[in-house]
Design a binder for this molecule. Structure first.
Ligand SMILES: [Fe+2]
Length: 498
């Protein structure tokens, strides 16, 4: 499909990573954190993408215009079409030759807000240009192109800003001569405050090598998801002789079709579990600080995510209008002094859950909050999940109940089977809360999972899977679909959450 020939959108500005911290940001992270919310950390440039008023020559657009679109320059202010809810039927047919050697790792987008998204790309090209296309009811129109970027350590990190809310975009990076390019990556910006609609998102965990290249998640691209939650164990840094070469692990993961297809199809929201650092690591592991620092840097480099507060802070909130808030927890990095999550993270979560007016509160926890007491798993390895920290677990579940927080949906992975689960038995503090356990996409299947099916787990899934959730704010229903390696629906369950 040809792009609609509106005026060429130029990049309006290029500011430093320091400036990005001021002009970017995560919706919904309140002061005082918001003042220190940056884009993707050091080395991230911020790119403002015009929304329909910029004419030719509006930015520092050295280089090429590889999309071939635009260039008339005289139609600033032309109606950009109706982007809201509109998505062209066909993906953007980008010009140029896709180079799967120079751009062997795809393009990743992450932590979309109403007006911004983070991009990262790895390439053997020393200089790259970017073309940004916006989807409208009329097709694809060029939003920006031409700026050249110099890679650092083989990567370019950008934040695109001044995007339109609830609008689909497609991007591709080009070689300096404009002839060769990356795969196209699609993403959608978040719903603005005051608006609501059905939100459709994916989630999974555990990209082990038992089932690579992870065929199930390749099918996510056709569902045109709003975003995809990565719940942990995106890499396994511990099962290889080069165990602590984190960058090599991410390069390998992103070179495989599953994760590359997933990230070509939508933006990600990532948290981690233990294997992004080391199997069952703890802060008492000798030499762990250096490992932690290296692992965190590689994690942030390859799975783009916003830095909220301190450089080591992963927990953050992303808002999708009145429909849904995503609460990203870090249940690994702050596990110390007998606590599962830090006091600061707990206080933030409790406060933000009460403050949220979104219909759904999706809480990403890398390991389940489900209490396995009374099941075949019982207390085995309980110290690895919320169950082993009953004081904090009860504090959180009691808070949700006592404050009448509606629409909570826990979503987790790690245990190598999929499930829909009632958090506590009847009479427990979380007996009216539900959890989706997603994955594994690539790791071995838990052999006892099938024994868990019952009243508290109406769905147990023992095949490699990812989960697609359609959350309808109007009805309070969330339709949960487990998708298998053939793109088939393995199981479906509807939760009524408010
Ligand atoms: Fe795992």
């Amino acid at each position: 499909m040809n792009a609609r020939q509106l005026s060429r959108r130029e990049f309006l500005s290029l500011c430093s990573a320091t400036a990005a911290a001021a002009c970017g940001g995560v919706d919904g992270i309140d002061d005082p954190v918001a003042e220190t919310v940056g884009a993707g950390g050091a080395g991230t440039s911020s790119i403002s993408v015009g929304s329909g008023t910029a004419g030719e020559g509006g930015g520092g657009g050295a280089g090429t215009n590889p999309s071939g679109a635009g260039g008339d320059g005289g139609q600033g202010g032309t109606d950009p079409g109706d982007p809201t809810d509109a998505e062209p039927v066909d993906p953007w047919d980008a010009p140029g030759q896709q180079d799967d050697v120079a751009f062997a790792w795809g393009v990743q987008s992450g932590d979309a807000t109403t007006t911004a998204v983070l991009l990262s790309v790895r390439s053997t090209e020393p200089e790259l240009s970017l073309t940004v296309m916006r989807g409208t009811s009329m097709g694809w129109e060029e939003a920006a192109s031409g700026q050249l970027f110099t890679s650092q350590d083989g990567m370019v990190h950008l934040e695109l800003t001044s995007l339109l809310p609830d609008t689909v975009y497609a991007v591709a990076f080009y070689s300096k001569d404009g002839q060769r390019r990356s795969r196209v990556a699609r993403f959608r910006t978040a719903i603005p405050d005051g608006s609501s609609r059905v939100v459709r998102f994916g989630a999974t965990s555990c990209f082990g090598d038992v089932n690579d290249p992870w065929p199930s998640v390749s099918h996510s691209i056709k569902h045109k998801l709003d975003f995809f939650l990565l719940l942990g164990d995106a890499i396994y840094a511990d099962n290889d002789p080069d165990k602590f070469d984190y960058v090599a692990k991410y390069k390998h993961a992103l070179s495989l079709s599953g994760l590359q297809d997933l990230t070509a199809g939508t933006s990600i929201v990532a948290t981690w579990d233990d294997h992004e650092i080391d199997n069952n690591w703890s802060w008492s592991t000798p030499g762990i600080q250096m490992q932690f620092d290296e692992a965190l840097a590689a994690f942030r480099q390859h799975l783009p995510q916003r830095v909220a507060g301190a450089p080591t802070q992963l927990w953050r909130r992303l808002s999708w209008g009145d429909a849904l808030d995503i609460f990203v927890l870090d249940c690994r990095g702050e596990r110390k002094d007998g606590l599962y999550i830090s006091v600061a993270q707990m206080d933030w979560l409790k406060q933000e859950l009460v403050a949220s007016t979104a219909a759904f509160k999706v809480i990403m926890t890398s390991v389940p909050i489900f209490d396995f007491t009374g099941t075949v798993i019982g207390s085995a390895a309980a110290a690895d999940r919320w169950q082993g920290y009953p004081t904090q677990r009860n504090e959180l579940l009691d808070h949700v109940r006592d404050q009448s927080v509606k629409g909570v949906l826990w979503i987790s992975g790690d245990v190598h089977f999929g499930a829909v689960a009632q958090v506590d038995p009847d009479g427990g503090p979380g007996d009216d809360q539900w959890e989706i356990i997603a994955g594994p996409t690539g790791s071995f299947i838990n052999p006892v999972a099938f024994l868990l099916k019952g009243k508290r787990m109406p769905v147990v899934q023992s095949k490699h899977n990812w989960v697609m959730v359609e959350a309808d704010p109007a009805t309070g229903e969330a339709i949960v679909r487990f998708i298998g390696d053939a793109g088939n629906e393995l199981a479906t369950h509807t939760l009524k959450l408010h």
